[in-house]
Design a protein around this ligand. Structure first.
Ligand code: PLP
Length: 406
């Protein structure tokens, strides 16, 4: 156990865009004794989480669960479906799209990176017309997959996946569609089957409210067919044996039993609240957060209101202000963790996470910490963001109520 020299009073505010705070219910569920992963109780647990997670991805097709972080599930998506030297069309929405592209290069694929020039691409979602034009030009169908990030965690921009599907169909191109919704799942509307996604990649530590350590590939029949021809080496990540053993609720290796207890609890919580209510809660909190940023007179990293993320908000600092110095001050004074700027926007912005186990007062506390910290750092503010967020939340009362009257 990490030994801290002091224990600050009160709770820590973990407002990064994942890992998100783990509710007590889930922590308690994870503390049950570990059981035999070949025994009958485990089979029942396996079947129940494999069934429940399909509802979250909105799919009737297999979802593969890995004991790994999201990066592992990225690798699984590529190695199961592609062969050395294959061209993949990827889209630069931010830091995570860039990391996925680097991985494709390391695996011996040939990624082509589309996007808007400079920082502009990091402020807007995927431009589906660019994808359509590139696919139309690929008459020989050398492009084997289109890979996009649904919720770009480095910027706070969400992309329209249905529009990407329409672009592929309009070009009548057979490329697979692969989507990273590591930070979007169970926070932002997502429909694996309806949007015709072939592989959806996700992780446990964001909207699912679990600790890091589980990741997913939701797969289509077309992706499974592609995996029979694909030549990239894979062993641990190979879908076939896992999907086969999953029929009985088991895995070919030792799965992370206690995280699966947590997943079962998370599914109960999310499906109990109702996915539409979960999405509406995230949208409402995100709108209140943006009201605060706008009242401060600061710029939101996402420049297109149609694709504002319900998961996090990127807050840009005025020229000459180091966003990481402001974050450090807020952490030290108020025990509030905010997300750092990544890649091209390092030092230029910080990120406020409002995902998972977050309610009005959690958000208000985070915004209060931000406002006090910005003032202490001497950042000129146009007004009170806390007031603006309170006004938004009281004028847009949550439906349904959090607790029913006695
Ligand atoms: N993709 C996105 C959109 C992410 O937000 C992250 C992590 O934050 C990753 C990929 C990488 O996942 P992990 O850090 O779990 O390996």
């Amino acid at each position: 156990m990490l030994k801290l020299d002091f224990h600050p009073a009160g709770r820590h505010f973990l407002q990064i865009p994942g890992p998100s705070p783990v509710p007590d219910r889930i922590l308690r569920a994870m503390s049950y004794p570990t059981i035999d992963h070949r025994g009958p109780e485990f089979g029942a647990l396996g079947l129940s989480v494999l069934d429940g997670i399909k509802k979250i991805f909105k799919t009737a097709q297999p979802v593969v669960i890995y004991p790994a972080s999201g990066t592992g599930a990225w690798e699984a998506a590529l190695t199961n479906t592609l062969s050395p030297g294959d061209t993949v069309l990827m889209y630069e929405t931010g830091h995570f799209a860039t990391l996925w592209k680097k991985m494709a290069e390391s695996l011996g694929l040939k990624p082509e990176f589309l996007g808007l020039p400079g920082i502009e691409g990091w402020r807007r979602g995927v431009q589906a017309d660019q994808i359509e034009a590139r696919l139309r030009a690929d008459a020989g169908h050398t492009i084997k997959a289109v890979c996009v990030v649904h919720n770009e965690t480095s910027t706070g921009v969400t992309s329209d996946i249905a529009a990407v599907r329409r672009a592929i169909d309009a070009a009548a191109h057979p490329a697979l569609l692969m989507v990273d919704t590591i930070s979007g799942l169970a926070s932002a509307d997502y429909r694996h089957d309806e949007w015709g996604v072939d592989v959806t990649v996700s992780g446990s530590q964001k909207g699912l409210m679990l600790p890091p350590g589980i990741s997913f590939n939701a797969v289509s029949q077309k992706a499974i067919a592609a995996s029979r021809e694909a030549k990239l080496p894979r062993a641990f990540w190979a879908w076939t044996e896992i999907i086969d053993m999953n029929q009985q609720g088991y895995w070919p290796y030792t799965p992370n039993t206690n995280l699966l207890y947590g997943l079962a609890e998370a599914l109960d919580m999310i499906l109990g609240e109702g996915l539409d209510n979960v999405f509406a809660r995230h949208q409402r909190l995100a709108a209140a957060c943006r009201a605060a940023v706008q009242a401060w007179g600061l710029e939101i990293q996402c420049a297109d209101p149609a694709v504002y993320s319900p998961v996090l908000t990127g807050v840009m600092m005025p020229d000459g202000v180091d966003a990481d110095a402001v974050r450090k001050l807020i952490y030290e004074r108020f025990d509030l963790s905010l997300g750092t700027g990544l890649g091209k926007v390092k030092g230029r912005m910080f990120r406020i996470g409002h995902l998972g186990d977050c309610n009005d007062l959690t958000l208000m506390a985070a915004l209060t910490g931000c406002e006090m910290g910005l003032r202490l750092a001497g950042v000129p503010l146009a007004g009170t963001g806390v007031g603006a967020a309170m006004e938004y939340l009281t004028e847009h009362v949550a439906r349904p109520a959090l607790k029913a009257a006695a």
